[in-house]
Ligand binder design. Structure first.
Ligand code: ADE
Length: 297
C-alpha cells in the first residue's frame, strides 16, 4: 500500500487520515480499519532506532495484559503491530470528544467529582489486576460520546521508553507535571503513584493551575519531591483533605488504594450536598433551638 502524504510509514489494513496528536514518545493518528470500515486511533511509538527483540516482546506482552482490562472508564486496545518502517504501534477506539487537557476550566465541582470518580474507578479496577498506569495525566484522559472519562495508555511499553529517556538524558525528560515523587526519583512504583498523579489532576481541575512549576522538567520533578503543595483557595476548602492525602510525598502517608480515594470523594460529595441544603432547613434548626426554653441550657 502506498504511504500517505506526510505520513512516513504504512500500516497494512489501515488507511491513515490525519494526525490527532503528538507527545514526546508517540504520535496518534486517525485511521480507517479497511476490513471493517470503522474509524480507529493508531498510536505509533517514537523509535529513533529499531526496537530490540526484547522491547518488542515486552510491548506485546504488556499489550496482551492490557487487552484483558475490561472497564467502562478504560480505553481498550484493538491490536498491536509494527509499521512498514519498524515502529511499534497499537490501535484503539477513536474517541471524538477530546481529552482532559482541553477542559481545564471546569467550574462545576460536581462535574470535577464525576471525572475523578470515573478515573479512580478505572484505577481501582486496574490495580486489582496488578496493572499500574504509570502516566496518569490529562492527555491520557479521553471523553467518549456521552462525555464519560476514559483512561488511555495503560502501562504500555511507552512508559518504558520514558524510563530510558529519564536515565540516559535527564535534561530532556518529558512532562513531569503529574509525576509522583518516587517516580521522579526513579524508584520502583506501585498503584499509589497513580493516585498521586490523579491528585495532581484534581488539584489542577480545582485551581486551574498545577501545584508545581519550574523552568524545566527536572526542576518540576524536584519540586514534587521537596516542595509543599500550595493550599486550595477557600472556595475549594472541602477538597483539602483529598489533596493532602493524594499528594503526600511518602506513599505510606498517601491513599493506600483507589478505594480509599473513592471514599474520600464520597465524603466530598456529601459536603457539597450539605452546602446546597435549602436555607430554610438551616433556619428551621435555628428556630427549633431558639424555641427551647432558656432554663434548659
Ligand atoms: N488522541 C489520543 N488517543 C485518541 C483516541 N483514542 N481517540 C481520539 N483522539 C485521541
Amino acid at each position: 500500500m502506498a504511504v500517505a502524504p506526510g505520513i512516513p510509514f504504512d500500516i497494512p489494513g489501515y488507511r491513515i487520515a490525519r494526525q490527532l496528536g503528538q507527545g514526546g514518545m508517540a504520535t496518534v493518528y486517525l485511521a480507517t480499519q479497511t476490513s471493517l470500515g470503522r474509524q480507529v486511533a493508531i498510536k505509533v511509538l517514537a523509535a529513533e532506532r529499531t526496537p530490540s527483540n526484547e522491547l518488542i516482546k515486552r510491548f506485546e506482552n504488556e499489550a496482551r495484559t492490557i487487552a484483558r482490562l475490561d472497564h467502562p472508564n478504560i480505553v481498550s486496545i484493538y491490536d498491536v503491530g509494527r509499521a512498514s518502517t519498524g515502529q511499534l504501534y497499537y490501535t484503539l477506539p477513536y474517541l471524538p470528544n477530546g481529552d482532559l487537557s482541553t477542559r481545564r476550566n471546569i467550574q462545576d465541582q460536581r462535574v470535577i467529582l464525576g471525572i475523578l470518580r470515573g478515573l479512580a474507578q478505572a484505577l481501582a479496577y486496574a490495580h486489582e489486576q496488578g496493572i499500574v498506569h504509570r502516566d496518569v495525566k490529562p492527555e491520557n484522559v479521553l471523553f467518549d460520546k456521552l462525555d464519560r472519562p476514559l483512561l488511555a495508555d495503560f502501562g504500555i511499553a511507552l512508559a518504558r521508553y520514558s524510563d530510558i529517556r529519564m536515565t540516559r538524558e535527564g535534561a530532556t525528560l518529558g512532562s513531569t507535571g503529574y509525576m509522583s515523587p518516587e517516580q521522579a526519583r526513579g524508584h520502583v512504583i506501585d498503584g499509589r503513584s497513580d493516585l498521586y498523579s490523579l491528585g495532581v489532576i484534581a488539584y489542577e481541575l480545582l485551581t486551574g493551575d498545577l501545584p508545581f512549576h519550574g523552568p524545566d522538567a527536572l526542576s518540576v520533578a524536584l519540586a514534587h519531591v521537596e516542595q509543599a503543595v500550595p493550599r486550595l483557595p477557600p472556595t475549594r476548602r472541602v477538597w483539602q483533605p483529598l489533596i493532602d492525602k493524594a499528594l503526600a510525598k511518602d506513599p505510606n502517608d498517601r491513599f493506600q488504594d483507589a478505594a480509599a480515594f473513592l471514599r474520600c470523594l464520597e465524603q466530598i460529595e456529601g459536603d457539597l450536598d450539605g452546602r446546597r441544603k435549602p436555607v430554610a432547613t438551616a433556619i428551621g434548626w435555628r428556630e427549633r433551638l431558639s424555641a427551647i426554653p432558656a432554663s434548659f441550657w
